[in-house]
Ligand binder design. Structure first.
Ligand code: FES
Length: 167
């Protein structure tokens, strides 16, 4: 009887051990599944160096698959306290370049200093504010952080929070 008891104990412990190891391995596998892929983590932020931009020049980039326009405003472009990203003595328009009507990508027209949407004729001024046609609101400003002359898209820095608080 004593022998049977100890065999049962041994089997119980062995089974418990296997179950525990299996449980730990499953948790590890689940965590791997939940964690974002390295490519997704890298896509979370986009860093843009603004130092090469000249006055009036438009830079196009992408953040999380969305088109982003950065326009370095010229002195004759109206300053917008609620939307301009100010770095040093320069003002920048930073927008998610998707028309707020149905999502087409507008074009920058330097001669008229406007963003024009070819889909249904919508127009936005140099600050990305809708001025004509069907777009119901200004183009969105992506979250950003200023790091010297660099813009880190995807991170909510104090300058971004200040702009959002004004709107
Ligand atoms: S999608 Fe731009 S005006 Fe309609």
């Amino acid at each position: 009887m004593a022998v049977k008891q100890s065999r049962r104990d041994f089997l119980g412990m062995a089974f418990g051990g296997v179950a525990a190891v299996g449980g730990v391995l499953s948790l590890g596998a689940m965590k791997k599944t939940w964690d974002p892929l390295p490519s997704v983590q890298a896509a979370g932020f986009t860093t843009v160096d603004l130092s090469p931009l000249k006055d009036g020049e438009l830079m196009k980039t992408q953040w999380r698959g969305k088109p982003i326009f950065v326009l370095k405003k010229t002195a004759d472009m109206k300053k917008n306290e609620n939307r301009d990203v100010v770095i040093g003595d320069a003002n920048y328009t930073v927008i998610i370049a998707l028309c707020t009507h149905l999502g087409c990508i507008p074009s920058w027209v330097p001669s008229t200093k406007q963003f024009k949407c070819a889909c249904h004729g919508g127009e936005f001024n140099a600050s990305g504010i809708n001025t004509f046609g069907p777009p119901p609101r200004p183009m969105d400003i992506p979250p950003f952080k200023i790091d010297g002359m660099k813009l880190v898209l995807g991170e909510e820095g104090p300058e971004y929070k200040k702009l959002v608080a004004k709107v």
